[in-house]
Design a protein around this ligand. Structure first.
Ligand code: IPE
Ligand code: IPE
Ligand code: MG
Length: 252
């Protein structure tokens, strides 16, 4: 769909599983790391597209708690690459009034200098308010939920929390300010969630695209958002609409 015609229903929070870098590179006779490098422009195109559509929250999966299983060369590359990306491009995000926040565990084995840069980036962009870009790094939803449960148990033991419920647990997730996910996109044709935002995406609409992450762009984002806008979200509720039988469902 044309970029000039955003769909009527814009999701507040779009989350993206940026997948397919390795396959994109291997299909070109290149090493997997070349695919990660090519993914950088896709990320910035997606930020531009999200800004143009008026999306307030964009969360991207950059490195999972399971990605440590990859070869030492690829892990090292991804750590260095993410650090260099932050060093080189945060000014552009500040220019666009984009706040950057991180979710995921910040302890070992994440290198101290990367954690320092993560904290500096959050501080430098804290005043930006047009959109929040959250980067999930060393993130896994199970680890996040374990940490939240542990904090809640500690607070109950300390007498500062009376009971554990959905609200008190949500308040102890990595970023309690993160709204629920409206639209979850996964690229590269894989149809799984791979331990991403299990709590926050409980009622997300899922859109899978065959496009490999390095080829993702504003138009593909707009197409995914249009697919989202055409969905009927019910959140467990139901509406009796027998008139749909004779008017073809064309209710305003
Ligand atoms: C996604 O692309 C990037 C990360 C997981 C860091 P992959 O590296 O998973 O690429 P494929 O899925 O192997 O093609
Ligand atoms: C999910 O992709 C993690 C990221 C995109 C960072 P993976 O490529 O690691 O997921 P699986 O292994 O195919 O489920
Ligand atoms: Mg993958």
């Amino acid at each position: 769909m044309p970029r000039s015609a955003p769909p009527a229903r814009v999701p507040t929070h779009v989350a993206v599983i940026m997948d397919g870098n390795g396959r994109w590179a291997n299909a070109r006779g290149l090493r997997r790391n070349a695919g990660h490098e090519a993914g950088e422009e896709a990320l910035f195109r997606t930020v531009e597209g999200a800004l143009a559509l008026g999306i307030g929250h964009l969360t991207v999966y950059a490195f999972s708690t399971e990605n440590w299983r990859r070869s030492p060369e690829e892990v090292r590359f991804l750590l260095d690459f993410n650090r260099s990306l932050l060093l080189r491009r945060v000014d552009e995000l500040i220019d666009r009034d984009v706040r950057v926040r991180f979710i995921g565990r910040r302890g070992r084995p994440v290198p101290r200098r990367l954690v320092d840069l993560i904290e500096r980036t959050e501080a430098r962009t804290a005043h930006c308010s047009r959109m929040t870009l959250r980067i999930a790094f060393n993130y896994g939803a199970r680890a996040e939920l374990v940490d939240a449960a542990r904090r809640a148990a500690e607070d109950v033991a300390a007498g500062t929390l009376r009971r554990v419920d959905a609200r008190s647990l949500a308040a102890r997730l990595d970023d309690p300010a993160m709204p629920d996910v409206d639209l979850l996109i996964r690229t590269s044709g894989e149809q799984r969630v791979s331990n991403f935002l299990l709590w926050q995406a409980a009622y997300a609409e899922l859109v899978f695209t065959d496009v490999l992450w390095p080829d993702f762009d504003e138009d593909e984002l707009a197409r995914c958002v249009a697919e989202y806008a055409a969905r009927d979200r019910r959140f467990g509720g139901a509406e009796d609409r027998p008139s749909d039988a004779d008017d073809g469902g064309g209710e305003g």
